[in-house]
Design a protein around this ligand. Structure first.
Ligand SMILES: Cc1ncc(COP(=O)(O)O)c(C=O)c1O
Length: 417
């Protein structure tokens, strides 16, 4: 056992230096914002920054069309609506994801159906998708969680066999590849987020990616209150929203995109280095390396906690010890989505009335939801955010040293729990 005292027990931390700051900016962002300011064209209907970003990002992401929107949540709502999802349709979503994956169908009065994840990757389990299909299922929304591509071969095959639409939640997918191909337009369409924590950001923002011309036209119209490009300003064709991205966001994202490729490669190289080094410590169980994940954006570097190897020390105690050593590791979502009050207390529909979607034909009830792999993933998850992965090799070595120190001092940690 190491003689070094754990920082959590009063010893010296492995690391006190700060981690790379996020978001990153330099004078290019300042100039881009100044240019928009001085142009007095702050809305996309008058300027060209958003349009330029749509083209550049779609190209980068191997998609024919990109339709920028206010955020990733809006991107998913619009994509589902443009795909024809209607009230009472069932939309299959993973239980382990951000709330917007499930609220997007709900906002269309469609019914999100939660299915379990693959415990070794955190991504939707294709077998669970197939088992959940009913006569009412219209779509499936695989999430490429943390930037690791879901099993798209199986999902596309199942979707094709059952006539389902695939809308990717590629909100973590910037620069990630599935069998060498970027994410977002592998299914009919996909949504991407540019919120502040994301690997390319304008504080908020989103984009819909698709290779389908008709989808692109509908998505464009839906984000700008039903207008159609080239038609009169006050002629509205669809019941859309004002979910437009601003020129400020477009200008910032064009600059952020210039850094994305190099940053993505850095995160990916660092993640592989960590995998290689951390496999020596049974307190950290690595996720499976699927052959189709040819690159991940590593929005979140994830692993699972090995509680048994750590002699029963609770995960959160382990994380606190790592934090004390200077490593900002967290625990991800506390519970699967269906445990949120939104679903347990059915906070949709009219207050005081049990929710029955008029078009569904039966009461909606999430009380029986049980996705054991997602439940377990929430208990075991260890997450490190993307900005940390922008560090250099010495920074990554600090993570390894901290894990090693906590591992070697596990008995001491247990005694002082
Ligand atoms: C998996 C996933 N889906 C959707 C969203 C929604 O994106 P936004 O926050 O831009 O609305 C997020 C963002 O946190 C996300 O992580």
């Amino acid at each position: 056992m190491s003689a070094q005292k754990l920082a959590a027990l009063g010893g010296r931390p492995v690391r006190t230096r700060p981690w790379p700051e996020w978001p990153v900016y330099d004078e290019r962002e300042l100039n881009a914002l100044k240019e928009v300011l001085e142009s007095r064209k702050w809305c996309r209907m008058y300027g060209q920054k958003v349009e330029q970003f749509e083209e550049a990002f779609a190209r980068y992401q191997d998609a024919r069309y990109g339709i920028a929107v206010a955020n990733g949540t809006a991107a998913l709502e619009i994509a589902l609506k443009a795909a024809g999802i209607e009230a009472g349709d069932e939309v299959i979503v993973p239980a382990y994801t951000f709330i917007a994956t499930a609220t997007a169908p709900l906002q269309l009065s469609a019914i999100p159906i939660f299915v379990d994840i693959d415990p070794d990757t955190g991504n939707i389990d294709p077998s669970a998708v197939e088992a959940a299909i009913t006569g009412r299922t219209r779509a499936v929304v695989p999430v490429h969680f943390g930037g690791r591509a879901a099993d798209m071969d199986r999902i596309l095959e199942i979707a094709q066999r059952h006539g389902l639409t695939v809308i990717e939640d590629a909100c973590h997918g910037w620069g990630s590849t599935w069998k060498g191909r970027k994410l977002g337009a592998i299914g009919l369409a996909g949504g991407v987020s540019f919120q502040q924590s994301k690997n390319i950001t304008a504080g908020e923002g989103g984009i819909i990616l698709t290779n389908d011309e008709e989808m692109a036209g509908k998505c464009y119209s839906l984000q700008t209150i039903g207008r159609v490009a080239g038609r009169p300003f006050y002629e509205h064709h669809l019941a859309g929203w004002n979910y437009r991205m601003t020129e400020w966001q477009g200008a910032l994202l064009l600059v952020q995109l210039e850094r994305l490729e190099a940053q993505t490669q850095t995160r990916w190289d660092n993640a592989r280095f960590l995998d290689e080094q951390l496999k020596a410590f049974p307190c950290v169980r690595l996720l499976r390396q699927d052959p189709w994940v040819t690159r991940s954006s590593v929005h979140v570097y994830m692993a699972r906690y090995g509680e048994a190897a750590m002699e029963g020390i609770p995960r959160d105690r382990f994380l606190k010890a790592l934090n004390a050593e200077g490593v900002p590791a967290g625990s991800g979502y506390p519970h699967p989505l269906y445990r949120n009050p939104l679903f347990t207390e059915m906070h949709f529909g009219r207050k005081g009335h049990p929710y029955t979607c008029a078009f569904y034909g039966k009461p909606v009830d999430y009380a029986g939801c049980d996705c054991p792999a997602a439940e377990r993933f929430c208990r075991e998850n260890i997450s490190i955010f993307q900005n940390v992965l922008l560090g250099d090799r010495e920074d990554m070595q600090d993570i390894v040293r901290a894990v090693e120190k906590v591992w070697e001092n596990r008995e001491m940690l247990k005694e002082n729990a």
